[in-house]
Design a binder for this molecule. Structure first.
Ligand code: HEC
Length: 164
């Protein structure tokens, strides 16, 4: 009993440290463009709120999010009335697999929660990040993943649950 309580406290403490670290990574690497609250700058830097939340619910979307973080992105991206056709650098040399997973979990948990809560989503894992890192894509190839993810969203519109 006593031991269980200790383990619980330890797990909680580690969880907090993990979350805090992801916040530090976000501030260091992402915030300058996507802003402190993830809202970006409409027309210049896309928002990370709604799109990350949607994309995290299905496999191709998850791959795309990990790929953007690791390899960057070049190609057309539409968010509501705004079209982006810009470039984002990749962070593969600066972030290890656990950091990529922690960062995406942190972003998903923090931003874009103004709409009703979606179905529970599996946390991103370091293993998913490692699998994507091994593919070593170009920013243009990452954009192809986005197109595939958008096609899936169109055929199975996001209504708070992962597409079948
Ligand atoms: C130098 C500015 C800059 C920084 C720093 C930056 N991004 Fe980006 N990000 C962009 C731009 C610009 C785009 C859109 C690229 C395009 O139009 O092809 C983008 C797109 C994205 C997208 C795709 C959003 C969608 O709706 O499909 C994600 C996810 C993302 N960034 C995450 C991150 C993360 C995580 C970090 C930190 C590790 C980060 N970005 C750092 C500029 C930046």
């Amino acid at each position: 009993m006593k031991k269980a309580a200790w383990v619980g406290t330890l797990v909680l403490a580690l969880g907090l440290v993990y979350a805090a670290d992801a916040g530090v990574l976000y501030a260091r690497y992402c915030q300058v463009c996507h802003r402190e609250d993830g809202s970006g700058t409409p027309g210049t830097f896309p928002s990370l709120g709604g799109s990350v939340r949607k994309l995290a619910t299905f496999e191709r979307g998850r791959e795309y999010l990990i790929a953007v973080t690791l390899f960057g992105l070049k190609g057309m991206l539409v968010q509501g009335p705004y079209t982006y056709e810009r470039f984002m650098p990749g962070y593969a040399p600066l972030l290890d697999d656990a950091e990529v997973a922690a960062l995406l979990n942190w972003i998903r948990a923090r931003f874009g929660w103004t709409r009703p809560a979606p179905a529970p989503v599996r946390p991103f894992t370091p293993e998913e990040a490692a699998r994507m890192r091994a593919r070593s894509l170009s920013p243009e190839q990452v954009h192809e993943l986005l197109i595939e993810a958008e096609e899936i969203l169109q055929t199975a519109p996001f209504r708070g649950a992962p597409p079948p």
